[in-house]
Design a protein around this ligand. Structure first.
Ligand code: HEM
Length: 553
C-alpha cells in the first residue's frame, strides 16, 4: 500500500519524540526529585478528575478543591454529611446536586420532583433496591426484600387495617415492659409510699429500646415469644449488626468488590447478624408449623393477632411460604422498625428535658383524654393533638436521616426540568434540610411544639399535619407508593410510649448535661452520646388509667 511507509515514518518520529520526553523527564526527576514528584501527583489527580465518569448534569458537592481526588471527598462525607448537604442545599435546592458517599454517588433532587416520581413502578424506579444497596445487600441479607415483599404486604394489608385491635395488646405489653425496665426508678414499682422524690440516672437509649422491642415483638409474634429473652435480644441487636456490616463495606474500595464476601466475614457484626437470624429461625419456625397445623386441622376459630401468622396466610408461592424465610423476615421487620421508632422516642425524651415549660400542658391533655375514655384506644390517642404536634416538631428538628426517597433509576428518565437520569443512578432528596428551609417553615430553627397543632386549627385542616402523613416537605417516611408502610404503627408506638413517660415520670438532664447535638455518620443522624438524663417517678392522677405502675394519688 502506498501510504504504509508514511505511517511507519510518522510512528517512528512519534516514538523518537516519546523517548526524548522520557529522557527529559528522567533527567528532570533526577535533578529535582521533589518538584517532579509534585508534578506527577498533580498529573494523576487531574487524570482522576477528567476520567471520573460524571454522568448526571449536576454539580458534585463536598470537594474543598476542584482537583481533590474523589476518595478524599467521599471520606469527608463520612462525618461531615450534615454540613456538606446544608451548603449544597442552600445553593442548589431548586435543581440538583451530587453527594459522594464512600460507596456511591447520590443525585439529590429538589423535592418538587417527587410528585412526578412517587408513583412510578418498581421496574422503573426501585425503592427496595436502593435500601438494599444502602444496607449491605447480600452481606446483611437485606436483599431478601427484593426476592419478595411479603412482609410489606402483610403490614399494608393485614396490620394497618387492624391496627385498632392492637391497642389493647400494645397497652398490655408497654405496661409489662415499663414495670420490668423501670424498677430501679422508684425502688419498687408497686410501693405507694416513697422514694418518688428521688432522681435516678436513666439510660434513655437502653430503656426506650427495651420498651419498643417489646411492643414490636408483641405485634410481630405475639405472646409468649415476645417475652422470650433471646427474641428481644436479637431484635435489639440486628439493626446495629446490619449498620456495622454495611458501613464497613461502604468503606472498602469498589475495585475490591470480588473480595467482599471475604471482607464481610471478617466483620464481627456479620457473625452476630447470622447468629441473630439462626436464633430467629429456631424460635419462630415452630410458631409457623403450629399455625399451619392448626389451619390444616380446622381448629383455628380466632386467627392469632400477629404479623408472623399473617405472613404465613399471605404467602403466595413456595418461596414465600418457606417457614425459615418467614422467620428470617422477622429480622427484616425488626431492622426497619425498632431502631427508627426508638430513635424518634429518644429525641422526644431529650426534648421533654430540654423544654420542661411545655410538659404541664402536654400532661393535662394526656390526662384529660385518658380520664374521659378510661382506655388507651385509638380515639383516645387521637385526642392527644398537642402531644402529636410535639412529636412532629421533635422529628423536624432531629431528623432520622439526611436523605429520604432513596431510589435506583431502573430505566433512564428525564425529569420535567430537563435533568436526565441514566439507568443505575441513585437518587434521593435532602429530607433534613427541606425541614430547616425558611421557604417551607416559619422560623425553622426554633423548636415550636405547637407548630403542627396550630396548623390543624385552620378550618379544613383538622385532619392534616399528622405525624404519619407525608408530603413534599415531610419525607422522613418517604412519600408515595413506597412510603414506609409501618408509619401508622410507628405513630401508635411512639404516642403511647411518649404519653406513658409523661404520666409516670419527671425527666431532666443531670446537672452539667444538656440536650445532645445531632451528629451524622454518612446520611444517618444520631444524638451525640454522652448526655445524662435523670428520671423521677411521678404519682399518676386519680382516675387516669396508668400504664406500668400502680402508684396513684
Ligand atoms: C419513626 C419510625 C420509622 C421511620 C422514620 C421509618 C422510615 C422509613 C422509610 C424512610 C422507609 C423507606 C420509604 C421509601 O422508600 O420511600 C421505610 C420503609 C419501611 N418501613 Fe419504616 N419507618 C419507621 C417505622 C416503621 C415501623 C414501626 C415499621 C413496622 C412495620 C416499618 C416498616 C417498614 C417497612 C417494611 C419498610 C419497607 C417498605 C418496602 O419494602 O417498600 N417502619 N421506613
Amino acid at each position: 500500500m502506498a501510504s504504509s511507509p508514511s505511517y511507519r515514518h510518522i510512528a517512528a518520529r512519534q516514538g523518537e519524540a516519546a523517548r526524548a520526553y522520557a529522557v527529559l523527564a528522567r533527567d528532570y526527576a533526577r535533578d529535582r526529585p521533589f518538584t517532579a514528584g509534585i508534578v506527577f501527583l498533580l498529573f494523576v489527580l487531574a487524570c482522576t478528575r477528567l476520567f471520573s465518569g460524571e454522568t448526571v448534569d449536576a454539580p458534585l458537592v463536598g470537594r474543598k478543591w476542584w482537583w481533590e481526588p474523589r476518595w478524599l471527598t467521599r471520606t469527608r462525607f463520612f462525618s461531615n454529611g450534615w454540613a456538606i448537604m446544608g451548603a449544597a442545599y442552600d445553593k442548589y435546592k431548586d435543581t440538583a446536586f451530587v453527594v459522594q458517599r464512600s460507596d456511591a454517588d447520590i443525585v439529590m433532587l429538589s423535592n418538587r420532583c417527587i410528585d412526578e416520581l412517587r408513583n412510578m413502578p418498581e421496574e422503573k424506579l426501585s425503592a427496595i433496591e436502593a435500601h438494599t444497596r444502602n444496607f449491605g445487600g447480600p452481606y446483611t441479607t437485606i436483599d431478601m426484600a427484593i426476592e419478595s415483599n411479603l412482609h410489606t404486604r402483610a403490614v399494608q394489608q393485614s396490620l394497618n387495617p387492624n391496627i385498632a385491635k392492637f391497642h389493647a395488646p400494645m397497652e398490655d405489653e408497654l405496661s409489662w415492659a415499663l414495670v420490668n425496665y423501670t424498677k430501679h426508678i422508684s425502688g419498687s414499682h408497686s410501693s405507694k409510699s416513697s422514694s418518688s422524690n428521688l432522681w435516678h440516672v436513666t439510660d434513655v437509649e437502653d430503656l426506650l429500646l427495651n420498651l419498643i422491642a417489646h411492643i414490636s415483638a408483641r405485634i410481630f409474634v405475639g405472646l409468649p415469644l415476645c417475652r422470650h429473652e433471646d427474641w428481644i435480644r436479637i431484635n435489639k441487636a440486628c439493626t446495629i449488626n446490619v449498620f456495622e456490616v454495611a458501613l464497613t463495606l461502604r468503606g472498602v474500595p469498589r475495585f475490591l468488590k470480588p473480595f467482599y464476601p471475604l471482607v464481610a466475614c471478617m466483620i464481627p457484626g456479620w457473625w452476630r447478624l447470622h447468629e441473630n437470624i439462626s436464633t430467629a429461625k429456631r424460635l419462630a419456625m415452630p410458631m409457623v408449623f403450629e399455625h399451619l397445623q392448626a389451619k390444616k386441622s380446622g381448629g383455628l376459630k380466632d386467627p392469632p393477632l400477629n404479623l408472623l401468622t399473617w405472613m404465613v396466610d399471605a404467602a403466595m408461592n413456595p418461596t414465600e411460604a418457606d417457614p425459615a424465610k418467614i422467620a428470617h423476615r422477622q429480622i427484616l421487620l425488626g431492622i426497619g422498625s425498632i431502631y427508627t421508632t426508638k430513635l424518634a422516642l429518644v429525641h422526644i425524651c431529650y426534648d421533654y428535658c430540654a423544654y420542661p415549660q411545655y410538659l404541664a400542658e402536654l400532661r393535662e391533655e394526656v390526662e384529660e383524654a385518658l380520664t374521659e375514655s378510661g382506655t388507651w384506644d385509638r380515639a383516645t390517642l387521637d385526642k392527644m393533638v398537642k402531644l402529636e404536634s410535639f412529636m412532629s416538631e421533635s422529628q423536624r428538628m432531629n431528623p432520622p436521616n439526611l436523605i429520604a426517597f432513596n431510589r435506583i433509576v431502573k430505566t433512564p428518565l428525564t425529569l420535567h426540568n430537563g435533568l436526565h437520569l441514566p439507568a443505575n443512578t441513585q437518587i434521593g432528596v435532602a429530607a433534613a434540610h427541606i425541614q430547616k428551609d425558611p421557604d417551607n417553615f416559619f422560623e425553622p430553627d426554633r423548636f415550636d411544639p405547637w407548630r403542627y397543632y396550630q396548623s390543624r386549627q385552620h378550618p379544613g385542616e383538622e385532619r392534616k399535619h399528622r405525624f404519619a402523613m407525608t408530603d413534599l416537605n415531610h419525607v422522613h417516611f418517604g412519600h408515595g407508593k413506597f412510603a414506609c408502610p409501618g408509619r401508622q404503627l410507628a405513630l401508635t408506638d411512639i404516642k403511647m410510649t411518649a404519653a406513658a413517660l409523661l404520666l409516670n415520670f419527671d425527666m431532666r438532664f443531670k446537672e452539667g448535661s444538656k440536650r445532645p447535638r445531632n451528629i451524622s455518620v454518612h446520611e444517618m443522624v444520631f444524638p451525640e452520646p454522652g448526655s445524662v438524663v435523670e428520671f423521677r417517678r411521678r404519682a399518676v392522677r386519680q382516675g387516669v388509667p396508668a400504664l406500668g405502675v400502680d402508684i396513684s394519688i
